[in-house]
Design a protein around this ligand. Structure first.
Ligand code: 6LW
Length: 514
C-alpha cells in the first residue's frame, strides 16, 4: 500500500457518526476493488459476526453473518455480555475472504477463522488456530506469507499456514504498547515498505485509545509514534467517548480511513445503553510518514472529510410483517437457537414463539428473538396474540441488556387471572410494577425510548394507547449491568418453569426512530 492521500485539494463534505449505530463493536474492514466489507463482534448473540457491505465507507448494508449454523459454533451460556464472539478481523487474499476471531466461551474456547469466496453466502466451518489470547488479526505479506497477530498480555506475531491454521514457528512478542492498560486489538499493515502495527490501549472504556508503531522488519523492533495516542477522545468534552479498537483501510481513490468503536453516553456520569457502535475516522499522513487520525487525533459525531462519492443503500425496514420464511438479518437469538422454539412458517405471516421452561431471568436458550436498539430515541410497537392458560405462562416485549437487567411488558396469567404486567429487573432487584387484568387474546404493545426512560404502553385496538409503566434507562446501561453488548428489543415467550401450553404469535414489529 502506498500513501498518497493528500493528493489534490480535496472537497470536504460532512458525514455523521456512528456509521453503524447500536451494538456493533470492534469493527474490522477490508476492500476488494471499490467494494468494502465490514464485520464486528456479536458475543452471545446468534447468528454471529454480522457482515456489512458499502461502496463509500459511510453507508452500510448488512449482507449476512459468518456464523449461521449451530454446527459451526457452540456459544457457552452463563457469562452474559462477555462470552461468545470477540473482536473479529476481516481480510481478503487471493479471491478468499477470511474472518478470524475468538470464541470466548466454554469447551470450544479459542481462536479460529472461517472463510468464503462469497461474503453474501455461507462461510466455512471454523478452522482452529492454536494460539492464546484474543483479538486475532491476519496480515498477508507481499511474498504471500500469512502472519497472525494477537494479544495475550502483550502483542505477539506468529506465521501461520492459512490453508489449515497451523503455526509455522514460535510466536514472538513484538510490542508492549505505550504503557496503557490492555494492549489489544492489533492490526499489521505494510505501507511504503514499512510494517505499521496499530493497537488499542487503555481498555474499552473512557480511556480507550489507538496507538501505533512501525518497523522495517516484520518481527520488529517496533518504534512507537511520538504522537501516541494517535486517536482518543479521553478527557475531551466531546459527545463521542471511548474511541478505540480501529482498523485502517486505504480506499480505492487513495484516501485513508479507519473504522473504530465509540460510545454515545446518555447521562453524566457517563452511561451508555446502545453498546459500542461503529464510527468512521478520516486519516491523513504527516511528513514523517505517521498517520493523523480524525481531527488531530479525535473524533466527533459530525466529521468533515474528503468523502468517497455517495453510495445509497436500501433504508433498513422500520416494519417487519414476518411474511418471509427467513428472519431478516437484523434479528438475533440469545445463544444458539433451538429450532423448535420459533417459526415463521407454522402460522404464515406471524413470528410464532413456543415458550420453553426457561425464564427471561436465566442465561439460557429461550424463545426470544431480538434486534438491537440503534437510536437513543425511538418507538417500538408489536401486535401480540397469546392466551396464557396456566399461571406463569408469559409472552411480550422486553428491552434487554442481559438476563439480570431487563424491563418488559407481557401478557401472563396470575392466580388464574389473565393480565398484562410491566416488570423491571435490575440485578438482584426485581418487581412487577403494574398488573392490569386483561383477558383479550391480542394486544398492541408499545415501548418508547429516550435518554431518560423506557416507557411501556398497550392498546386493544391499535388506536388508543394507555401507559402501563416506565423505568429509568440508566439502570439498563453497560456501566450498571452490562459488559460488552448493548440493549436489544426482544419478543419472547416463556413458561417460567415449564413449557408454555400455547404459542405466542407476533403479527408484526415496528421501530420508528426520532
Ligand atoms: C475486545 C477488545 C476490546 O476483544 O473489547 O474494545 C473486547 N476492545 O479488543 C471485547 O469487545
Amino acid at each position: 500500500m502506498t500513501i498518497h492521500s493528500n493528493h489534490t485539494e480535496p472537497l470536504l463534505t460532512e458525514y455523521e457518526n456512528p456509521i453503524i449505530p447500536g451494538f456493533h463493536p470492534d469493527p474490522s474492514v477490508c476492500r476488494v476493488g471499490e467494494d468494502y466489507y465490514l464485520v464486528c463482534s456479536s458475543f452471545e448473540y446468534f447468528p454471529g459476526i454480522p457482515v456489512f457491505h458499502s461502496r463509500d465507507l459511510i453507508h452500510w448494508e448488512q449482507i449476512g453473518h459468518c456464523i449461521t449454523r449451530n454446527s459451526q459454533l457452540k456459544l457457552e451460556k452463563g457469562h452474559p455480555n462477555c462470552t461468545g464472539i470477540f473482536a473479529p478481523t476481516i481480510r481478503y487474499h487471493n479471491g478468499i475472504f477470511y474472518v478470524i476471531t475468538t470464541n470466548v466461551s466454554g469447551p470450544e474456547d479459542g481462536n479460529f477463522f472461517v472463510w468464503t469466496k462469497d461474503p453474501y453466502g455461507e462461510w466455512s466451518d471454523p478452522i482452529k488456530v492454536d494460539l492464546p489470547g484474543i483479538d486475532p488479526s491476519l496480515f498477508f505479506d507481499e511474498d504471500g506469507r500469512c502472519y497472525y497477530t494477537g494479544c495475550h498480555g502483550n502483542i505477539f506475531l506468529c506465521e501461520i499456514d492459512i490453508t489449515n491454521g497451523k503455526c509455522l514457528g514460535d510466536r514472538k512478542e513484538i510490542w508492549t504498547g505505550t504503557g496503557g492498560a490492555y494492549p489489544e486489538g492489533p492490526h499489521l499493515y505494510k505501507i511504503n515498505g514499512c510494517y505499521y502495527l496499530q493497537i488499542s490501549e487503555g481498555g474499552t472504556e473512557l480511556c480507550h485509545m489507538i496507538t501505533i508503531a512501525r518497523s522495517k522488519t516484520i518481527e520488529g523492533p517496533y518504534e512507537s509514534c511520538s504522537r501516541n495516542p494517535v486517536l482518543t477522545t479521553r478527557s475531551l468534552a466531546l459527545p463521542v467517548k471511548a474511541v478505540g479498537h480501529a482498523d485502517l483501510i486505504q480506499a480505492h481513490n487513495g484516501s485513508w480511513w479507519a473504522v473504530c468503536l465509540g460510545i454515545r453516553p446518555i447521562s453524566y456520569p457517563y452511561r451508555h445503553n446502545l453498546g459500542r457502535e461503529t464510527f468512521l475516522c478520516p486519516v491523513t499522513w504527516d511528513e514523517d510518514g505517521w498517520p493523523v487520525y480524525g481531527n488531530d487525533g479525535t473524533l466527533d459525531l459530525k466529521m468533515k472529510a474528503a468523502c468517497l462519492p455517495e453510495y445509497s443503500v436500501p433504508q433498513p425496514k422500520d416494519r417487519d410483517d414476518f411474511d418471509c420464511e427467513k428472519l431478516d438479518l437484523c434479528w438475533n437469538f440469545i445463544y444458539n437457537p433451538i429450532p423448535e422454539l420459533w417459526s415463521l412458517t407454522d402460522h404464515p405471516g406471524f413470528l410464532t414463539l413456543y415458550g420453553n421452561e426457561h425464564s427471561l431471568h436465566e442465561a439460557e436458550q429461550l424463545a426470544w428473538v431480538g434486534r438491537r436498539q440503534e437510536h437513543i430515541e425511538c418507538k417500538v410497537r408489536t401486535l401480540l396474540s397469546f392466551f396464557p392458560v396456566l399461571d406463569g405462562e408469559e409472552a411480550g416485549l422486553t428491552v434487554y441488556m442481559n438476563h439480570l437487567h431487563h424491563y418488559e411488558i407481557a401478557l401472563t396469567r396470575m392466580e388464574g387471572i389473565g393480565c398484562l404486567i410491566v416488570r423491571r429487573r435490575i440485578g438482584s432487584l426485581w418487581r412487577i410494577e403494574n398488573i392490569i387484568p386483561y383477558e383479550a387474546e391480542s394486544v398492541y404493545l408499545e415501548l418508547r425510548a429516550d435518554a431518560e426512560n423506557y416507557s411501556f404502553f398497550y392498546s386493544l385496538d391499535g388506536e388508543e394507547y394507555y401507559k402501563a409503566g416506565q423505568g429509568e434507562v440508566q439502570y439498563l446501561t453497560t456501566e450498571v449491568g452490562g459488559r460488552f453488548t448493548g440493549n436489544y428489543f426482544g419478543l419472547y415467550a416463556s413458561g417460567n418453569g415449564r413449557a408454555c401450553t400455547t404459542p405466542a404469535r407476533f403479527d408484526w414489529f415496528q421501530v420508528k426512530n426520532s
